[in-house]
Design a protein around this ligand. Structure first.
Ligand code: HEM
Length: 150
């Protein structure tokens, strides 16, 4: 029981770190977008800040996965066959793939376009949509994990 509680503390700390960082990155990116619209020049320090925040996101993700796997181990996979858990894992996979395939690619595209001074309008709206999708995914995962619909 004590180990389950320890893993749960780590799990919720990972959740706070990962979801909190996503919200912080969203706010920073919206600030970047507004200042770009206003001044016509990119605030590169804000993009640098987002890169730093990504490291925290990684720590949160690692904590979530390690503690989640630990809880599965301790409960002998009791949740593995439940519908909420299967949907949760699918959403986690979507969250990760969206992070790498959409978020990662769009932010590289943004940096490339900045180097050659190309227009950024479509990339900026794609990144805003990406963050919105991540937050909806987080919210749904939390809802599923708490209510454990079965
Ligand atoms: C974005 C990723 C994740 C989020 C946001 C998340 C969130 C949560 C939340 C809010 C709870 C409820 C805690 C409570 O009962 O008070 C929970 C429980 C749980 N999570 Fe996760 N989780 C994530 C990833 C994972 C992963 C990767 C696994 C397993 C590989 C996992 C396994 C579990 C298990 C087994 C429980 C139930 C613990 C229990 O009630 O005894 N989670 N999660």
């Amino acid at each position: 029981m004590i180990w389950l509680n320890i893993f749960l503390i780590a799990h919720l700390s990972g959740l706070a770190l990962m979801a909190g960082t996503t919200v912080a990155e969203t706010v920073v990116f919206h600030t970047f977008s507004k200042s770009f619209q206003k001044d016509g020049a990119p605030a590169l320090n804000l993009l640098g800040l987002m890169d730093k925040l990504s490291a925290l996101l990684g720590i949160g993700a690692a904590l979530l996965i390690i503690s989640g796997t630990g809880m599965m181990f301790i409960t002998h996979g009791a949740f593995a066959h439940q519908i909420w858990f299967k949907i949760k894992l699918g959403l986690i996979l979507t969250l990760v793939l969206n992070g790498f395939l959409v978020g990662g690619r769009q932010s590289s595209k943004l940096k490339r376009r900045l180097e050659v001074n190309e227009q950024l309008t479509d990339v900026i709206s794609n990144i805003k949509l990406f963050f919105l999708a991540q937050m909806i995914l987080f919210f749904t995962i939390i809802l599923l994990s708490i209510f454990k619909f079965n």
